[in-house]
Write a protein that binds this ligand. Structure first.
Ligand code: C5P
Length: 237
């Protein structure tokens, strides 16, 4: 039942709880996302622990700084062995190119993923920060900046996935904001079911609270995996 397209977001305040979930999901999930909450609490040691257990790690640090600093951060991350690393596309072409150049100097760098518009943002929030485009248009604009900088991985919502897949057939599309039917949306705004995101062309789905906050996380992960498999079966019919 293990599906390498499922990435579980370990949004926990400390490592023990996160590892507890990793142990429970051993047969179901091989990819874990470590975000700021857990990374700032546990640091690189936690990434090493996950790698030691045979898990693949998506380090979601969403880097956003001047090019020199971001390049340095990319170099520092290489040592952890994390397979994916995020940075904000809105950091601009120079920052993205500096990150690509820094990564290119290593034999096994993490795949860089450019975060377009956060899935928690809607048109109203974009307007509040001075962006007059629709969320869809802004995602496409940032995706183009990322592609031109040489980045071949994007984080976006399922709403933009079909357009991105058409424009960038070979790009890794990592899609958070996944909510199985009937689950709590929380602070997310641009959400979709696992099946809808895969049908639109997602490469990976990032799922946090629908699993971590479920009364039975193993059962919740199984249900999501089942839906992922059914979507493939439906697409093949
Ligand atoms: O709990 P939930 O499923 O909403 O978690 C989604 C995860 O994906 C969170 O860890 C969040 O930081 C991350 N994420 C996101 N939107 C992005 C990029 C990352 O929700 N654009």
């Amino acid at each position: 039942m293990l599906d390498p397209r499922l990435i579980v977001a370990l949004d926990y305040p400390e490592g023990a709880a996160a590892l507890g979930l990793v142990e429970r999901l051993e047969d179901l999930c091989c990819w874990y996302k470590v975000g700021l909450e857990l990374y700032l609490a546990e640091g690189n040691a936690f990434i090493h622990e996950l790698r030691h257990r045979g898990c693949s790690v998506f380090l979601d640090l969403k880097l956003y700084d001047i090019p020199n600093t971001v390049a340095g951060a990319v170099r520092s991350v290489v040592e952890t062995g994390a397979e994916m690393l995020t940075l904000h596309a809105s950091g601009g072409p120079a920052m993205l190119k500096a990150a690509v150049l820094a990564a290119s100097q290593f034999e096994h760098p993490p795949q860089l993923l450019a975060v377009t518009v956060l899935t928690s943002m809607d048109a109203e929030q974009l307007t509040a920060i001075g962006i007059a485009h629709s969320t869809g248009a802004q995602v496409l604009r940032l995706a183009q900046i990322a592609a031109e900088a040489g980045i071949n991985g994007l984080v976006a919502s399922a709403a933009e996935t079909a357009s991105l897949r058409k424009l960038y057939p070979a790009t890794t599309l990592v899609i958070p904001g996944i909510r199985p039917a009937g689950s709590e949306i929380g602070d997310q705004r641009r959400v979709a079911t696992p099946a809808a995101a895969l049908a639109a062309g997602a490469s990976y789905l990032v799922v946090g609270r629908p699993i971590t906050q479920a009364p039975d996380p193993v059962e919740a992960a199984r249900t999501i995996l089942m839906e992922m498999h059914e979507s493939v079966a439906a697409a093949l019919e």
